[in-house]
Write a protein that binds this ligand. Structure first.
Ligand code: PRP
Length: 212
């Protein structure tokens, strides 16, 4: 039996689609239920930022989580496979007619990713004041709460519609399959078997795309 933690939303749906393809069966959560048992798997529906906690503590053997979340929370797990889902970038955003002013003694940055932000600017030896927000980050520079933001950019629509532009890209991100370190030893065969099946589906998707 393998317990799989999935992040609520589109990444969970797309991961379950992969499972449906592999096992030629329907993998779907019932309405608001947070667990689903199917064959040798038990799926847990978890908040994106909590996946690492479930997998690190062994409440889930494996999980699916964005690279940005792994980076932000320094999660102690094994990174097995890039699922090539939920592709996005972590970027610095500023107002359309602004430039990022490195000569300032302290740049004010609004973000829900304080660690990624701190590390990035520390490498540039630039002082930052981090303003921690939980969402609607794009609002901060518009109302003068911050000079810039560090946030996820997927399509770029949110920044564009709020008069912001990307000043710099900090990292590329996509959903990765991760494993609890102990489970990877104890349940090695089950995890490897699943790994190969998922890998085959991902590669078939990619080769299909290149023919379309
Ligand atoms: C994320 C992110 C951006 C937006 C980017 O927010 O924080 O605001 O998506 O997507 P786009 O480039 O395709 O427009 P989310 O939808 O998770 O909501 P939040 O503001 O509550 O974090």
């Amino acid at each position: 039996m393998l317990t799989v933690a999935l992040p609520k939303g589109r990444i969970a749906d797309e991961t379950l689609e992969i499972f449906s393809k592999i096992f030629d069966d329907k993998f779907e959560f019932e309405d608001r239920k947070l667990t689903m048992k199917k064959g040798n798997f038990e799926f847990l529906m978890v908040r994106n930022q909590d996946i690492g906690t479930y997998v690190t503590n062994g409440a889930a053997d494996i999980g699916v989580v964005g690279l940005d979340v792994l980076e932000e929370h320094q999660v102690d797990v094994l990174r097995l496979l890039d699922l090539k889902l939920g592709v996005c970038k972590v970027c610095i955003g500023i107002k359309n007619n602004d430039t990022l002013d490195y000569s300032k003694p302290e740049i004010k940055i609004a973000t829900k990713m304080p660690n990624i932000t701190r590390n990035y600017f520390a490498k540039k030896a630039t002082g930052v004041k981090i303003i921690k927000l939980y969402g609607s980050i794009e609002l901060a520079p518009i109302v003068g709460l911050s000079d810039a933001i560090v946030d996820i950019v997927e399509t770029g629509t949110t920044m564009k519609q709020n008069g912001l532009k990307v000043a710099e890209t900090i990292m590329d991100s996509s959903a990765h399959l991760i494993s609890n370190k102990n489970s990877f030893i104890v349940k090695r065969e089950e995890i490897f078997s699943l790994y190969h099946k998922i890998n085959a589906v991902i590669n078939s998707k990619i080769s299909l795309k290149s023919y379309v």
